[in-house]
Design a protein around this ligand. Structure first.
Ligand code: 13P
Ligand code: SF4
Length: 330
């Protein structure tokens, strides 16, 4: 029987490899990571890291992003698991969406696309080619502000909730394609109709339940939640911002948190609750096991790397433009 933890630690000592994990990974995988963080921090830290090998425990767009911003690195993923939201748009849907805007009176040169980092590298490349940028949940406000400087219409893909939530907080007019009347000429931000199924689990009834039970409770959610949930909450932010918010509360403050289960459970103190009666697990983030991590590291030692992330040259070139434009915004 292999002792995965000690074998992983041995391989990490012996190989020039950095193990990276997002907060939504299972605890036993998360604990083995050298680099952790929200999507923006992971991208920045991986770019700055000097090891030639990266083993990324997360979902596919995260490993791809490292390959795009640091193409010289060899990036392996213990499971090439897909974010279901990222799968809601591909390069041809992106083109269809741009065509929809053109048919509705907005010339292509007047569109500035912004893609949430939760998207495939080919979508990021389309965005990069059109002069657009990537954003994450922690910098969306600044990135949209930057986008507005162009005086163009912002096309926001794929997460309608993130687009709506930041449009509301910035006092901008928005519409969602396919939802009600969406006249791109009347809106500042036109949102693609994608969403995260995990973050759609949180309901107003959940918030009401906790507020009735503990009248002073704080509600903290991720901006992938529906705007009506964000509006009814006390705080909304990226995974790192949520962790910081909760850590800064007084020990006696109660807080119910609307994001993925592994993160909330890891933070769970006496006064921290999961804001849902259904366990909000991201199924694809949960696919990576300690055995997968061990086998991936072992494949480097055996000189037979598995699950390597490959991105073609054209995609790297243009997706990199969109990611670098984001990283340049302070
Ligand atoms: P963060 O960038 O906040 O870590 O979010 C990533 C994600 O996929 C949330 O569902
Ligand atoms: Fe994608 Fe949602 Fe999972 Fe985040 S929680 S990785 S947005 S499916």
């Amino acid at each position: 029987m292999i002792d995965y933890k000690s074998e992983i630690n041995r391989l990490k000592r012996e190989l020039d490899v950095t193990v990276v994990a997002h907060f939504y990974q299972r605890d036993e995988v998360f604990e083995m990571a050298d680099i952790t963080g929200d999507s923006l921090e992971l991208a920045r830290k991986c770019k700055a890291d000097s090891n030639p090998w990266v083993v990324f425990c997360g979902v596919a767009f995260m490993g791809q992003s490292v390959k795009v911003i640091a193409p010289e690195k060899r990036v392996l993923m213990p499971k090439v698991a897909c974010c279901s939201m990222a799968r809601m748009i591909d390069a041809s849907y992106f083109d269809d969406t741009v065509n929809y805007m053109v048919e509705n009176g907005i010339p292509k040169e007047d569109i500035l696309p912004i893609t949430y980092i939760n998207s495939d590298a080919t979508v990021k490349a389309k965005v990069g080619e059109m002069g657009g940028l990537v954003c994450t949940s922690s910098n969306a406000f600044k990135i949209i502000e930057k986008g507005l400087e162009s005086c163009k219409k912002i096309l926001f893909v794929p997460d309608r909730c993130l687009g709506q939530n930041f449009a509301i907080s910035m006092g901008l007019k928005y519409c969602v394609i396919g939802e009600g009347e969406c006249d791109p000429k009347e809106a500042d931000i036109i949102c693609f109709n994608g969403f995260c199924a995990v973050h759609q689990l949180f309901t107003l009834e959940d918030i009401e339940f906790y507020r009735n039970k503990y009248p002073d409770i704080k509600i903290a959610v991720h901006p992938e939640c529906d705007p009506k949930i964000v509006e009814a909450s006390d705080f909304s932010g990226s995974t790192s911002q949520l962790i910081e918010y909760i850590s800064n509360l007084d020990p006696e403050d109660k807080v119910a948190v609307g994001t993925e289960y592994n993160l909330v459970n890891r933070m769970r103190k006496a006064n921290t609750y999961v804001l849902s009666s259904t366990k909000p697990e991201c199924p694809t983030m949960n696919e990576t096991t300690l055995e997968d991590l061990y086998l991936t590291l072992k494949s480097i030692e055996d000189n037979r790397p598995i699950n390597e992330i490959e991105v073609d040259e054209h995609t790297v070139k243009y997706a990199n433009l969109a990611l670098e434009r984001m990283l340049a915004v302070k």
